[in-house]
Design a protein around this ligand. Structure first.
Ligand SMILES: [Zn+2]
Length: 486
């Protein structure tokens, strides 16, 4: 362990963080850290449970006089994202993370630091070990595999936890309180097509749209960037109406949780219309540039003549496909009424492809309001089913609807203001958090998420702001002292 850590405050938290750095703990390889945390609880003579999926729960009774407080679950995840610089010899299976102090920040040599969520784990351990902090009944919940599948949160069983309040220690901005997240569902539609021999007297063109900004389909959907599938399709629709083009290939986007940045299509058109295509392209590009100039500056949209394909997609199915992409919703559907600036409901028309006689349309829908997500599922289902496509929904997980009347929110706002002289900002994220899943299993939990300031998580530039850790710690300790009674 780097002994410099022991010079930092609060000392026990940093000591435990140093120990965590010494234990390799990438996602899906958490046996060693599970064992460390389990032993930690047993050594303190606290009730310690490891559930079926590997989540560890440690219970600490209330301190004297605090027995009537609401029970608090302190929740963190045990795994870290293993990322390193290409020149780093680090082996995540065996090597310790090497943290070092750089001014106000703690960083790691060549790798992710694992402050996400190692600082939260260390804070929970420090609370469990400290006999001078006043608190009501505590359950520390350490989940596994948050980063690559939320396996721990998905696997958490009913009836295991007794607490009334859950404080998640996995957010990344000191001075902000997180009160909501989005749930999601994949909505995938399929529409069969046949192929037919290409028309004579035709020429073929390849359209390539590249260089859109894309981004995370939840967090970045509010930025209203271009969707490659939508833009390319809009061009195809113009050509379909005017020149009766035939489609031979189409593909756009490649990840359901990324806004599509690229799309390609091959089409054929009668020779007598071929000379029109250039001008149509120029006009179209100008329209898109005008519409998206402030959000998309660097994209390219090229149309070039290519060799004629032997076959094309049958006209009826291709027409349906183009009209479906045109009609299918994409982007922000509704903003939150509770939290300013938060996207409540959105959908990403992520992937459009033609493969082996089937068009496949992949959408990822998100909402912090579960009923709104279900309604959006129906809307998209209706669009596709009207055209005779088949629709399936999969991988659904619940959201966490912001509750501005939350008791723990009020408590923490008051405590923070009394300590630091300002009211912390209330935030929510339009992406999945473990809290959404906890709320699904324990619907009455009053939840909130806090953390120290972490920058560039999931990358070798990850760093945690050292003074923010102390502020976060003191805030947490003071909150525990002020938990309302039952
Ligand atoms: Zn995390």
């Amino acid at each position: 362990m780097n002994n410099d850590l022991l010079s930092l405050l609060p000392q026990p938290l940093w000591q435990y963080f140093g120990q965590i750095c010494d234990i390799p703990h990438p996602s899906k390889q958490e046996e060693k850290i599970i064992n460390f945390v389990r032993t930690f609880g047993i050594d303190l003579k606290l009730e310690t449970v490891v559930d079926k999926v590997g989540n560890v729960i440690i219970r600490k009774p209330a301190t004297a006089g605090m027995e009537n407080c609401k029970g608090v679950i302190l929740q963190t995840h045990l795994d870290m994202v293993p990322q390193k610089n290409s020149d780093s010899p680090h082996n995540f299976d065996t090597d310790p993370i090497l943290p070092y102090i750089d001014g106000e920040w703690l960083k790691a040599r060549g790798t992710t630091l694992g402050a996400d969520n190692g600082i939260g784990v260390a804070a929970a351990l420090a609370i469990l070990a400290d006999n001078n902090i006043s608190h009501g009944p505590i359950e520390a919940l350490f989940t596994v595999d948050e980063e690559t599948g939320m396996t721990g949160a998905f696997g958490l069983e009913k009836g295991l936890l007794n607490g009334d309040i859950l404080i998640n220690l996995d957010s990344e901005d000191e001075g902000e309180l997180y009160v909501g997240c989005a749930g999601g569902v994949n909505t995938i539609a399929t529409l069969p097509y046949k192929t037919e021999v290409s028309l004579k007297n035709s020429v073929a063109f390849l359209v390539s749209l590249k260089g859109l900004k894309g981004g995370h389909s939840g967090l970045d959907i509010i930025l209203q960037r271009g969707n490659a599938n939508k833009i390319l399709n809009r061009f195809l629709y113009i050509l379909l109406k005017k020149y009766n083009i035939r489609i031979s290939e189409i593909c756009g986007g490649n990840m359901r949780n990324a806004i599509p940045r690229e799309a390609f299509a091959k089409f054929t058109v009668l020779k007598r219309f071929a000379s029109k295509i250039n001008l149509e392209t120029e006009n179209f590009v100008q329209i898109i540039k005008d519409e998206l100039s402030s959000v998309e500056s660097d994209f390219t949209f090229e149309v070039k003549e290519v060799e004629m394909p032997a076959t094309v997609i049958d006209k009826a199915a291709a027409t349906k496909m183009i009209r479906l992409v045109s009609a299918c919703p994409h982007g922000v559907i509704r903003m939150s009424s509770e939290v300013e600036g938060l996207t409540e409901t959105s959908t990403n028309l992520a992937i459009v492809e033609a493969k082996d006689g089937m068009f496949i349309f992949t959408n990822l829908l998100r909402s912090s309001v579960n009923s709104a997500k279900e309604y959006l599922q129906e809307v998209i289902e209706n669009v596709f089913e009207l055209a005779g496509a088949k629709v399936e929904h999969s991988g659904a997980y619940p959201g966490w609807k912001p509750n501005i009347n939350s008791l723990i929110l009020k408590t923490m706002q008051n405590v923070y203001q009394a300590m630091y002289g300002k009211i912390p900002e209330i935030k929510a994220v339009h992406a999945g958090l473990e809290c959404g899943l906890f709320g699904g299993v324990y619907p009455n939990l009053d939840m909130i998420s806090v953390g120290p300031t972490i920058r560039f998580p999931h990358s070798p530039d990850e760093k945690v702001n050292i003074p923010s850790v102390e502020k976060f710690w003191r805030f947490l300790v003071e909150t525990l002292k002020n938990i309302p009674t039952k």
